[in-house]
Design a protein around this ligand. Structure first.
Ligand code: 13P
Ligand code: ZN
Length: 280
């Protein structure tokens, strides 16, 4: 049974913009059919000042050990989705499905400050999230969000398209005019790997140095951004392009015309973005 103080904290936190954002985005992602069952996970770097308005102290509910050290994130706060939690249910049960954690000084564990009630654990993909946060923060001080989801058409495309990063990125760019503007660096692609391991975490973070989108073939995609909207918008744009690809490639008459390489360059110039020079 929760104490009066814990119930009070839950009520305060329900008002926190970052909790509301997590509740809304997980529900929308489930509605998109991307996050079946417990598929998908999100971690969102929080600033101490924004937490303090809703969480009065650093009372540690539990300490959760990590089997991958993340000293670079020592003292940082995150709100994360719980392992095995359904995106569908976050809206109705945020204190069960979400957790606020603080990385310990040694980087060998996290302190649970709120949520994940009933012995819940942070997502099993925490290594991919934390290691990617480290990489992205080194590239962009405004970085805050890592989002993983089972976007349907991206998964489908990893069965029918070759998995070469250059040709995959160019195909996505050519499916919708604004793709190259949204992700001019293209997408990174890993070989198929067992999820939930530090190995896939390391490999993902390595790719995140060059691209904010990383595809896990036959599994899903990860996106990084300065906000929930930013990470979601990236994934949404790539998923839309993959959907168009799957639609046109299923069409009997095949592709009759498409955006040319020269037009991609023209687009990038018009919008002032620098496309990945290894790809175009
Ligand atoms: P979690 O429920 O542990 O977050 O795992 C879901 C998932 O998508 C694994 O890749
Ligand atoms: Zn997954």
């Amino acid at each position: 049974m929760k104490t009066i103080q814990e119930i009070e904290t839950d009520l305060f936190l329900l008002d926190a913009p970052f909790v509301k954002e997590m509740m809304e985005i997980t529900y929308n992602m489930w509605k998109f059919n991307w996050d079946e069952r417990n598929g998908g996970n999100i971690s969102y770097l929080l600033h101490e000042e924004e937490i303090r308005r809703y969480l009065r102290n650093d009372h540690v509910l539990r300490t959760i050990p990590l089997d991958f050290p993340v000293k670079e994130l020592a003292g940082k706060y995150f709100i994360v989705t719980g392992s095995g939690k359904y995106f569908k249910n976050v809206k109705a049960s945020p204190a069960e499905c979400l957790g606020i954690i603080k990385v310990s000084e040694s980087g060998q564990s996290v302190d649970l400050l709120w949520g994940l009630s009933g012995d819940g654990k942070p997502t099993s993909e925490l290594s991919a999230h934390f290691r990617s946060h480290i990489t992205r923060l080194a590239e962009d001080p405004n970085h805050r969000v890592i989002m993983h989801t089972h976007a349907t058409n991206i998964i489908a495309m990893t069965f029918t398209h070759d998995l070469n990063e250059k040709s995959f990125s160019k195909t996505l760019w050519k499916m919708c005019t604004e793709c190259i503007v949204v992700f001019p660096e293209g997408v990174g692609i890993l070989p198929w790997m067992v999820p939930g391991t530090d190995l896939i975490g390391e490999a993902t973070a390595d790719k995140m140095r060059d691209t904010r989108l990383v595809i896990w073939p036959h599994h899903g995609i990860l996106g990084a951004g300065a906000s929930i909207d930013d990470a979601f918008g990236l994934i949404e744009t790539a998923e839309k392009a993959a959907q168009v690809y799957m639609l046109v490639s299923a069409h009997q008459s095949g592709v009759k015309q498409s955006i040319t390489d020269d037009e991609l360059v023209e687009l990038a110039q018009a919008f002032g973005v620098k496309p990945n020079s290894k790809f175009i």
